[in-house]
Design a protein around this ligand. Structure first.
Ligand SMILES: Cc1ncc(COP(=O)(O)O)c(C=O)c1O
Length: 285
């Protein structure tokens, strides 16, 4: 039995009904967050919920709860669903109204839905690394908003998946931006490179944790854009996300990165990240 949170109520998944007129359904008109749960505890929930409110403000939507109330809802979902290692998904849509593009007057009440799910850490991939595939970034120009409009991301991930790759390496023309659901990092001559946190990427919470870890570990960082050609020439490459943590990338378009195995700076950051998470024993419990 899985308990969901829907529009103010906790209920079994089978009981959930959503209006056909929900603007999330018609337009992807809403925002969302994914927060990791380690050992039954939310990880970086303050940062995720603050980004949720920022995303909502950027699409002129008011969330009908406070950050504290949303944390309490997330904690309750973790508890009632007995989640140890997994994640909480929260989305807020603008609400239900007969289909028309502009907002409704008076404004519709946004609908909050959420669930918690068991999801083990991808341990073997974290050890061995993954392959990624370059895909043209055809998304809109407000990728800083964690919006439900994910078709560009979905199609890129599908292309990577069809080619046996874990993730898409998105590039606008020559410029590498991010992954379809992750941030991308290259390492060259001991310096970590990452696209700046502007409107062309989502400023990942894991990305921000990792940039702090670089500082803590004396690893130089340059938040500047690099090209696809430069990506192939990096000594090391890795991606970050809530569910992928610090994931080594060993091939790009089937070409080995550096020596073709997870590199030393990547592994240092991966270890530093693991030491931050409240995990007494690695792996799903
Ligand atoms: C497009 C995109 N970039 C980056 C990320 C990584 O963000 P976070 O580390 O907050 O999970 C995500 C996560 O879903 C994403 O969808």
């Amino acid at each position: 039995m899985t308990i969901y949170f829907v529009d103010g109520l906790f209920m079994e998944k089978e009981e959930v009904t959503i209006s056909i007129d929900d603007r999330g359904y018609y337009f992807g008109d809403g925002v969302y967050e994914v927060m990791k749960v380690y050992d039954g505890e939310l990880f970086t929930s303050v940062e995720h919920l603050s980004r949720l409110f920022q995303s909502a403000a950027k699409i002129k939507m008011t969330i009908p709860y406070t950050e504290t109330q949303l944390v309490d809802i997330a904690k309750e979902l973790v508890k009632v669903n007995s989640i140890k290692t997994g994640h909480v998904y929260i989305q807020v849509t603008r609400g239900a109204a007969p289909r028309q593009h502009h907002f409704c007057e008076p404004a519709t009440t946004p609908i909050v839905t959420a669930y918690a799910i068991q999801n083990p850490r991808p341990e073997s991939k974290l050890q061995q690394g993954v392959g990624i595939k370059s895909v043209e970034d055809v998304r809109w120009l407000r990728c800083d908003i964690k919006s439900l409009n994910l078709l560009g991301n979905v199609l890129a991930k599908e292309e990577a998946h069809e080619n046996g790759c874990f993730e898409a390496l998105l590039h606008r023309g020559e410029t590498v931006t991010e992954g379809s659901s992750s941030n991308m990092f290259g390492v060259k001559d001991g310096t970590v490179y990452s696209h700046p946190a502007d409107t062309l990427i989502l400023n990942g919470i894991t990305r921000q944790v990792v940039l702090d870890l670089c500082k803590d570990n004396g690893i130089p960082v340059k938040e500047i854009a690099f090209t696809l050609e430069e990506a192939f020439e990096m000594d090391e490459f890795f991606l970050t996300s809530t569910t992928s943590e610090v994931m080594p990338v060993t091939t790009i378009d089937n070409r080995p990165v550096g020596t073709g195995v997870p590199g030393p700076i990547t592994l240092t950051l991966q270890q530093a990240f693991i030491s931050k998470i409240p995990l007494s024993v690695a792996g799903d419990k």
